[in-house]
Design a protein around this ligand. Structure first.
Ligand code: AMP
Length: 424
């Protein structure tokens, strides 16, 4: 089969790496890709935002199956554009990607389907929103309804902060995404993600993971896209994984079908494990980044076959390795703010040859014979190990071989899992 993967980050490199191992694959294209993806796919210089260009390329290159990895494309309707051009693709459709595209839609669905989540209300004007926020006490959570590049959630510690956040959103701080907002109760607990794959009617579990959103060691500093992750997540016990499937994911897939928006694709469930049990934080309509980078090394089954089966309604359970995968994100100094681009990266081959290591590229470009850093998040140094301690030691041993001017990473990826092991 000829397959087209859309995107250019570390998640897409992990997907390309897993797809490239499929016996069903004849040729893998990636648009636009990066220097790491180019090792396993032919990169084509079409931006992920150019839906018409992608559809034209897919038809001309006789693509048999397309994989769309990122929220903006799914919520924007790339699946619909490709399928309209006669290209089979992994969704969800635009109508079903509303699970990521509207936080208010998800909260209403939770109420209808009996899915546990934080108390909330939806607003389209600031004054009633402020009045409701006051009734919840502080901290209180203010969310832009639409996609806001991962920045649309503000946790306000006081009334002054809450009022400011509400005004900011209605004044267009997050563009149109903030024309409607959700105010919700703050949940205390440990967060974890669980992934499943749905064909619109049936759903198979994938695996769980935990990431590290803050930029600094000890979970301090600004939020990022994610500085590292591991899978499995010890907090997601087998019993909790059953709850994730039975009480969250299956009712959601059924509710989406009943609403005429059948959900086909990867479903990312963000959970808060509170003292009253697990509650939904959010849904995403795709794999997480960097969670995907720790799921793919653990997947024993053929990824391409699994994704095709979801598209065609013929799913079977997947097999996973028992080993732990852990990824450390190496970033450019300044990230998540402004950072320098164009510094040459050294030590990649030596690091990649170490035991259990796979390096996924997130923000790299090939210039002549050099690989240079061009993103905030640049590399995902990923290790498999018999347990989290071994995976962590292997990942950091490989990180130590890699250099570029201004490179940094967190030094404590996996700390929650290690603490649980030591405690248990
Ligand atoms: P979201 O985009 O909805 O995942 O929110 C981003 C992050 O904000 C989550 O990963 C949580 O860390 C935090 N968050 C969102 N909603 C809540 C909530 N109700 N209580 C506590 N933290 C939350």
């Amino acid at each position: 089969m000829k397959v087209l993967l859309v995107g250019s980050g570390g998640r897409e490199h992990a997907l390309a790496w897993a797809l490239s191992k499929s016996p069903l694959l004849a040729k893998l294209y990636c648009a636009p890709g990066n220097a790491g993806i180019a090792e396993v796919a032919e990169c084509v210089p079409i931006p992920a935002s150019d839906f018409a260009g992608l559809a034209r390329f897919a038809v001309d290159a006789r693509i048999d199956f397309a994989v769309i990895a990122a929220d903006a494309q799914l919520v924007g309707g790339l699946w619909d554009a490709l399928e309209a051009a006669g290209i089979r693709a992994l969704g969800p459709s635009k109508a079903a990607a509303v699970l990521e595209g509207s936080k208010g839609f998800v909260k209403d669905l939770c109420i209808d389907a009996g899915i546990p989540t934080a108390a909330y209300m939806r607003f389209t004007a600031p004054e009633p929103a402020k009045a409701f926020a006051d009734t919840l006490g502080h901290p209180v959570v203010i969310k832009a309804d639409g996609l806001a590049a991962g920045k649309g959630v503000i946790i306000a510690a006081s009334k002054a902060e809450a009022d400011k956040a509400i005004d900011f959103m209605f004044e267009g701080g997050f563009g149109e995404s903030g024309n409607a907002i959700v105010i919700e109760e703050f949940m205390e607990g440990e967060e974890a993600s669980f992934f499943a794959l749905s064909d619109g009617t049936h759903v198979v579990p994938l695996a769980g993971a935990q990431d590290h959103k803050r930029v600094g060691d000890g979970d301090v500093g600004p939020n990022t896209g994610g500085m590292g992750a591991y899978s499995p997540a010890p907090v997601l016990s087998p019993a909790l994984q059953d709850v994730a499937m039975e009480k969250f994911i299956k009712p959601t897939v059924a509710a989406m079908k009943a609403r005429g928006r059948p959900y086909m694709g990867v479903l990312y469930l963000g959970l808060m494990i509170t003292k009253d049990g697990p509650k939904l934080v959010e849904y995403n309509a795709r794999f997480g980044d960097p969670e995907c980078q720790v799921l793919m090394p653990r997947l024993k089954s053929d990824l391409l076959a699994a994704l095709l089966a979801a598209r065609d309604g013929k799913q079977t359970p997947l097999e996973w390795r028992d080993e732990v995968a852990l990824t450390v994100v190496m970033a450019s100094q300044g990230y998540p703010g402004a950072y320098e681009k164009g510094h040459v990266i050294t030590g990649l081959d030596e690091a990649a040859a170490m035991p259990g290591i796979t390096i996924f590229h997130a923000g790299t470009e090939k210039r002549g014979n050099d690989i240079v850093a061009v993103g905030g998040r640049v590399l995902n140094v990923t290790a498999l190990g018999k347990d989290v301690a071994e995976a962590q030691a292997r990942a950091y041993a490989a990180v130590a071989k890699i250099r570029w001017q201004g490179a940094f990473c967190r030094h404590d990826i996996g700390w929650r899992a290690l603490a649980k092991r030591q405690a248990g």
